[in-house]
Design a binder for this molecule. Structure first.
Ligand code: AMP
Length: 426
């Protein structure tokens, strides 16, 4: 006997979850396409070096790395942004900017499995490459707003910060970029003391200022301007605070959803240079999405300076969020029809089934003997079918069907020529 369990941390995804994941992804694709994004499909396996540079310690540690038969050091991608940027440099440098791309794909991280944390999961995301404007950052939030609206999800909250503020201060204090990455990693892991310990080795570092800044948490954009003034931040850093103020003010006026500005907030990926954000919902203590600005990544991989921004949403976690909030019922509105034939006229039955499917009804065909009819109607009722459509000798001869609405209990005959309009009325 083979072991039938999947490998630890990996999952078999079955209906209805698989159906929900598909709808969640489809709605995402509909929204981003409406914003003018085009799909890219990167390979699942990349050279390890692509991710080694800037994924951050947490993700680097959890990568599936191995040698292929040609001796190359490769990995299963832990996320897709690095691949999209690589593809951009290889094939899209000459395109007019901004280049607007989206993806849906699996990613792999060898993490400790728990609810909503899997070793293989799906991400759907956008990358807006070659645009440093305020609007480009804002557009990401508008996409999120429209996407979550399409799912009926209103109770989400966005945490925002700009890593440029802390990076700017660290640079003034003489902290190298690698050490900045390490401190931000500690901040991401809420290891505040470790962050302070590293900083305290720098004579120029103003630990009081660091403490004051990282204590700022507010839903009111104006407050960060006041903090910036009262703390007398260096002018470069002050400019970044002002940008964060502008973007969050716009988030407010364009109703992108509830948000909180948290100046201590950092993200695991080390390539972020500016605005960063994460989306959470009540009852799920892990983020359902996140993203930010990565102005140096294209250059790091050998391309020209190219300001860019993007986000990735977790498909499974979006489902968990909707499920936790009782929102999955509205997600799949398709109506199901059980088409039962008591006669073996495959051609007539196929005509009826095709008419129903063309009209958007999910139609299951079963040929049964009269004796099994009531069992099958009972099964259809239990499985959430809305209609039973019956074809017997009489219906076949008269070009009709008998319809039973399993919810209202209405029953009657309809002419084939009236289907499917009349069905919808019953
Ligand atoms: P990140 O690339 O870490 O910013 O992750 C972006 C999104 O991917 C997160 O907000 C999650 O929704 C999802 N995600 C990340 N890691 C996992 C995981 N191990 N299992 C399931 N979803 C994940």
């Amino acid at each position: 006997m083979f072991k039938v369990e999947p490998v630890r941390g990996l999952r078999d995804v079955l209906p209805p979850e698989s159906d929900f994941l598909r709808v969640i992804t489809k709605k995402f694709v509909d929204v981003v396409r409406a914003y003018g994004y085009s799909e890219v499909i990167p390979p699942t396996i990349e050279l390890f070096e692509l991710f080694a540079a800037k994924s951050g310690p947490e993700i680097s540690k959890s990568m599936y790395v191995f040698r292929d038969k040609g001796g190359r050091e490769v990995c299963l991608r832990p996320e897709l942004t690095a691949s999209v940027v690589r593809m951009y440099i290889k094939s899209m440098l000459a395109e007019p900017k901004p280049v607007k791309l989206f993806y849906v794909g699996n990613a792999f991280r060898y993490e400790e499995p728990q609810l909503g944390r899997y070793r293989e999961f799906y991400q759907m995301g956008v990358e807006l490459i070659g645009d440093g404007s305020l609007y480009s950052d804002l557009e990401l939030f508008l996409i999120l707003r429209d996407y979550y609206r399409s799912l009926g999800l209103t109770e989400y909250s966005i945490k925002v910060n700009d890593v440029g503020i802390l990076r700017g201060l660290f640079t003034t204090w003489g902290v190298s970029e690698d050490v900045q990455d390490l401190i931000l990693h500690y901040m991401d892991k809420k290891m505040y003391n470790e962050a302070v310990e590293v900083l305290s080795k720098y004579g120029n570092a103003d630990l009081n200022l660091f403490n004051e800044i990282t204590n700022v948490r507010t839903e009111v954009p104006e407050e960060i301007l006041e903090v910036s003034k009262s703390l007398r931040l260096p002018s470069g850093v002050e400019g970044i605070v002002r940008r964060l103020y502008e973007i969050t003010s716009l988030m407010k006026s364009l109703n992108v959803g509830k948000f909180v500005i948290d100046l201590s907030f950092a993200r695991g990926l080390a390539y972020y240079t500016g605005l960063i954000f994460e989306v959470t919902v009540p009852n799920l203590n892990i983020s359902i999405g996140g993203g930010g600005r990565y102005d140096n990544l294209v250059e790091l991989y050998g391309g020209p300076p190219t300001p860019s921004t993007g986000f990735a949403l977790g498909v499974e976690r979006t489902y968990l969020a909707l499920k936790g909030l009782g929102l999955t019922d509205n997600l799949i509105s398709d109506e199901k029809v059980m088409l039962i034939s008591l006669v073996n006229d495959y051609s007539y039955v196929d005509r009826v089934a095709s008419t129903l499917r063309d009209a958007g009804y999910i139609t299951t065909v079963r040929y049964v003997s009269k004796g099994k009819l009531s069992d099958l109607v009972g099964f259809a009722s239990k499985k959430g079918f809305k209609y039973v459509v019956l074809i017997g000798e009489k219906e076949l001869i008269q070009s009709k069907v008998t319809v039973k609405n399993l919810i209202t209990r209405w029953q009657g005959e309809l002419n084939l020529s009236e289907l499917p309009q009349s069905l919808g009325e019953q």
